[in-house]
Design a protein around this ligand. Structure first.
Ligand SMILES: Cc1cc2nc3c(=O)[nH]c(=O)nc-3n(C[C@H](O)[C@H](O)[C@H](O)COP(=O)(O)O)c2cc1C
Length: 362
């Protein structure tokens, strides 16, 4: 049994999987379910100085992803102070309280939230190049509270620049990424957008944004010394392992917990444990930051023809169908595939099409 404990900015978690700000953590009742479902800490839905008024419909499952046009919490801050936070605090897990969005709003909320939280997460939706609003928000929070202040960022920014500016402004950690957008999906029966927002636009989360989140975490972790928390498309233990390899110190999960319910944290932790055990890793430190150590220094332009592991091949034919170079075929007796080295361009696609580990690069 591997050790799943993680520690960052003074917070000690028995496992690295937390809910991300959103519906799965919209109030104290949801926090109880997240704890029962195996979360290592509680991150609360972002609150602001007023309750949010959200357009409807505001959530939709789309292929390999999820659209939303939610804002911050629809509960007024007083309800959080009087009812939700005190109950959440009693759960005994570390609490990261989400607050937003402008520096003035953050300033007026930070102190009041501090007594219920072990850290603050400043939610931002900054796009573009100007790091100033983010820096001002971080400084405003740091002036008010003693607890660590994390800043959550959108992927549509220059990650190294913003990560660096966040660290210099005093942030104790960076959370990456918020949902991506704006995006659009349409009901083909009516031609109308799925989202009830003014322009029908929504924000994309879930599986589709995982590679974007992973790249963002990798870049941030390389550029700063403060911890980075990975979020975006995490639905399995392997994805948590990848986030740690990219340099994360913990992860958050939103879409998967909406779609499949609050037991997902335990499922993800079990898968993470199995992955670590299978690969003889004792704990998360063994894989944290691994990718930066093995990253190639330069692009490779040589063709590497994959090796076929005959005994693993089921002749399912997925690799044959998707080989655009027509380099893959079945052997004469049809019990494994063969690759023509003259035709293979070394694109690597077949390795990722195979579900049976029958292809590998030397
Ligand atoms: C319906 C919904 C509501 C969300 N609300 C918030 C929020 O209040 N504050 C925030 O910082 N992020 C919010 N997010 C973004 C998530 O916390 C998370 O960063 C993003 O969805 C990517 O993670 P995922 O792919 O696991 O969902 C919301 C996401 C969804 C889908």
């Amino acid at each position: 049994m591997a050790n799943l404990r993680t520690e960052f900015a003074g917070l000690k978690l028995k496992n690295p999987v937390m809910p991300a700000a959103g519906p799965p953590i919209k109030d104290a009742r949801a926090a109880v379910k997240a704890k029962e479902g195996g979360a290592g800490a509680i991150v609360t839905k972002t609150i602001s100085t007023t309750a949010a008024e959200v357009p409807r419909p505001n959530m939709a499952r789309v292929k390999n992803g999820f659209l939303n046009t939610e804002l911050w919490s629809e509960l007024p801050p007083e309800k959080w102070f009087n009812e939700e936070y005190p109950k959440i605090k009693k759960l005994g897990l570390p609490v990261i309280a989400g607050i937003g969005y402008t520096k003035d709003q953050i300033k007026s909320l930070a102190k009041k939230v501090e007594k219920y939280a072990d850290a603050l997460e400043l939610s931002t939706h900054y796009l573009g190049d100007d790091t100033t609003p983010m820096e001002e928000s971080i400084k405003a929070a740091k002036e008010e509270v003693e607890i660590p202040v994390f800043v959550k960022l959108s992927p549509q920014i220059d990650i190294p620049e913003f990560a660096d500016a966040a660290e210099k402004a005093g942030a104790d950690g960076i959370v990456l990424i918020n949902s991506f957008g704006p995006t659009l999906d349409i009901n083909p029966e009516t031609g109308k957008p799925l989202m009830g927002s003014e322009n029908g636009f929504g924000w994309l989360s879930g599986e589709a944004i995982f590679p974007l989140a992973l790249r963002s975490v990798y870049q941030a972790a390389k550029n700063v010394d403060i911890p980075v928390i990975g979020v975006g498309g995490i639905d399995s233990g392997i994805k948590v392992a990848k986030m740690f390899m990219a340099g994360a110190s913990a992860v958050q999960v939103c879409t998967e917990a909406i779609v499949n319910g609050p037991h997902v944290y335990e499922k993800i932790n079990n898968e993470l444990n199995n992955f670590l055990d299978k690969n003889n890793y004792q704990n998360l430190k063994d894989i944290q930051g691994l990718t930066a150590k093995v990253m190639q220094k330069e692009a490779n332009y040589d063709t590497i023809v994959p090796t076929v592991i005959k005994e693993n091949c089921t002749t399912c034919g997925l690799c044959v169908t998707s080989c655009v170079y027509e380099a893959i075929s079945f052997n004469e007796s049809n019990d494994y595939i063969v690759i023509d080295p003259q035709k293979c361009e070394g694109c690597g696609l077949c390795i990722t099409r195979c579900n049976f580990n029958a292809l590998e690069l030397e």
